[in-house]
Design a protein around this ligand. Structure first.
Ligand code: WT7
Length: 661
């Protein structure tokens, strides 16, 4: 069992008795019904075949549903052909919904754009032609490094339209992080913008691309042939003639007609890098048919989407998997009208999100617990100043949501009536796996509850035995699912090692979990060296390597400490090289190293606290005992330290920390 404070705290939660059964009104109109569970349980594979036929349009229908003979690499609907962009756009226009709004774009400075499905078809077709003109062919990789703009969604769909897997890199990542992702994916084209608006100012992006693909001594030349640049802020940009191309110029001359490239169901749709337990990010590979099926199915049933009347808003950036499945693919596959917002929640004021909800009459909102806790901190008068009565369903994702935040979300944002769905999934799972079904499930604050119909997940002990109700252990997925990752880009062995070796034949998610007396699942956080800060995944090892790459640092250990707002916060312990240790000032060291990590990985990885220590607690075999450091970081009495090679280390650390910084 993962031993930490979080799980002890959650012990109390398992006695959570509050339950929120669906109102009869909601249940009467809900997309999902209890039958879904029965149908899926009768024949899971046939259930998915039905979903795939119903929710996705195929060029060539598939005849085979699941081929698991190459496990753990699944093949779903493998002899079918289709196109993701066709499914997200063209078919809605063909069905007469061309005038429906697909995207309400809200820029941070207040500029807006309204894009109908017909507009989207035109834009995606032109962008697909423009990419083809730059030499991008089916199978070539395209990196997208953008703020959240209409063009970002268009760029993803244009890639999908020509069968070129996209790899979106979050705009908050550094040039170095971008460089390694471009190199790993061997990308031919990068799509970026001059910059985007954040916190009230124009923030440049193009310079990071220039730096990421610049020649570096001793390193192979970049694979990138062209950089396609969207003009957003009008900032000055350096320009490489022949390499750089303005988006508006390329797209303007491109034909508005484009025939989608029909691909096999198992054709790669995208690669998305995520942090693992080692320093090197993993390129999670997703393919087309299965991914789209589960994206559409979950979006329709978990969010109860009514495409004619709902206005849906998922606050995630396209740099994360949530932005892939629940901004670009899920909603558009279902013909939804959605809002996208470029900026931060408190620009120019702390009510910006609620102003957006009021303005567009948002009815479904999907966001992260960290955002909810931040709003709680700001006070309920802020959302209270806006008309939120349009909201009828609320979703949560990214980390465990504590019952207080769940209750606040429901009461203050949802007017005490909107069902809250706490959705558990991962970059690797591609789509939601565990969640209540609105209109069906009696919701429990803080629990993601049960696997969706069609998904087989369980909590097991160290020996892979399912734990009884009331027991705790590790979350596993026991049967293949359509949107599952098909591997780690270029590294099949790592795929097998990471997910399929801990327990034989089942997928190890890396999360600790408990089952309560009703058999409902409670997620307890990661059991590996992965942290979850504001719903974003960070690797302790990756941040440690960034720290030791600074000349001042001899050794570093990073832990995720519980944080009221961000869920976890990065706390680093560093030993300075002797020539720097003398006379080092804690505050200055902290600032230098925080800036350094930000440059190496990105601002999201910046440690909240950096403590200079004389030693690190290690076992006799040299493994850092992060558990003890977490005790220190969370201001707790230090736990059992008997396995330390040198038991005085913790006293040394404590005495060092006692000195005023
Ligand atoms: C990790 C996956 C899925 C999109 C966002 C994050 C944690 C995610 C929940 C939830 C408890 C959750 C898990 C998981 N997580 N959703 N509802 N309750 N924990 O995707 O970056 O791939 O991270 O986020 O620890 O393993 P990701």
């Amino acid at each position: 069992m993962p031993e930490d404070k979080q799980s002890q705290g959650l012990e109390n939660l398992l006695h959570e008795k509050r339950a929120f059964p669906p109102s009869p009104e909601f249940a009467a109109q809900a997309n999902a019904s209890a039958d879904l569970y029965d149908t899926a349980a009768t024949d899971r594979v046939a259930f998915w075949a039905d979903q795939a036929r119903e929710l996705v349009t195929w060029k060539t229908p598939f005849t085979e549903t699941l081929d698991w003979s190459g496990a753990p690499v699944a093949r779903w609907f493998a002899d079918g052909t289709l196109n993701a962009a066709y499914n997200a756009v063209d078919r809605h226009v063909a069905a007469g919904h061309g005038d429906r709004v697909a995207i309400h774009f809200e820029g941070e400075p207040g500029d807006t754009r309204t894009i109908t499905y017909s507009d989207l078809l035109r834009e995606v077709s032109r962008a697909a032609n423009a990419l083809a003109a730059l030499g991008v062919e089916a199978g070539d990789r395209v990196v997208i490094y953008m703020p959240l703009l209409v063009e970002s969604v268009v760029a993803m769909l244009a890639c999908a339209r020509i069968g070129a897997p996209h790899s979106v890199v979050f705009g908050g990542f550094s040039a170095d992080a971008l460089r390694s992702r471009i190199a790993d994916a061997d990308a031919k084209v990068v799509i970026t913008a001059d910059g985007g608006y954040r916190k009230g100012a124009a923030s440049a992006l193009k310079p990071a691309v220039d730096e990421a693909i610049a020649e570096r001594e001793g390193q192979p030349a970049t694979s990138v042939e062209h950089v396609l640049v969207v003009r957003r802020t009008g900032q000055d940009v350096d320009w490489a003639e022949g390499r750089d191309v303005w988006w508006h110029e390329a797209v303007e001359v491109a034909d508005v007609e484009h025939t989608p490239v029909w691909v096999e169901a198992e054709h790669p749709l995208f690669i998305l890098y995520t942090s693992g337990t080692t320093g090197k990010p993993k390129g999670i590979l997703h393919t087309t048919g299965g991914y789209l099926t589960q994206a559409a199915y979950t979006h329709l049933n978990v969010f109860d989407l009514k495409p004619e009347t709902d206005v849906y808003w998922c606050t995630a950036d396209i740099g994360w998997v949530t932005g892939h499945t629940y901004v670009t693919y899920g909603p558009l596959l279902n013909g939804a009208t959605q809002v996208i917002y470029e900026g931060t929640p408190d620009t120019p004021h702390k009510g910006r999100w609620w102003e957006i909800v009021e303005k567009y009459k948002v009815s479904i909102l999907y966001t992260a617990p960290t955002a909810i806790r931040t709003c709680m901190k700001w006070g309920q008068e802020i959302p209270g100043g806006f008309d939120l009565s349009s909201l009828r369903l609320l979703g949560s994702v990214g980390e465990p949501i504590n019952p207080e935040a769940w209750m606040w979300y429901r009461r203050v944002i949802g007017g005490d009536t909107a069902p809250v769905v706490d959705t558990w999934w991962q970059t690797e799972t591609g789509a939601i796996m565990i969640s209540p079904l609105p209109g069906v499930t009696a919701a429990k604050p803080g629990s993601a509850q049960t696997p969706l119909p069609g998904i087989a997940a369980d909590v097991v002990d160290d020996e892979a035995r399912p734990v009884p109700d009331g027991g705790g252990g590790y979350l596993v997925v026991t049967e293949p699912w359509p949107a599952m990752l098909r591997g780690i880009w270029g590294d099949l062995d790592r795929f097998k090692d990471t997910y399929w070796s801990r327990f034989r034949d089942v997928y190890f998610a890396g999360d600790g979990a408990k089952k309560d007396e009703d058999g409902d699942i409670w997620l307890l956080g990661r059991v590996d060296d992965v942290m979850n800060v504001s719903g974003h995944r960070l690797s302790t090892t990756e941040i440690e390597s960034a720290l030791v790459s600074h000349p001042m640092v001899a050794e570093a250990a990073v832990v995720g400490a519980t944080d009221e707002t961000t869920g976890q916060a990065v706390v680093a312990f560093v030993i300075l090289r002797s020539e720097f240790a003398e006379g080092a000032v804690q505050d200055e060291v902290q600032e230098t190293l925080r800036t350094h990590v930000s440059k190496e990985i990105g601002p999201i990885a910046k440690p909240r606290t950096i403590l200079v220590v004389p030693e690190l607690p290690k076992t006799r075999s040299g493994k850092i005992m992060r558990r003890l450091l977490r005790d220190v970081a969370e201001n707790r009495a230090v736990g059992d330290a008997t396995t330390l090679a040198d038991s005085s280390v913790m006293t040394l650390i404590a005495s060092g920390l006692a000195k005023p910084a």
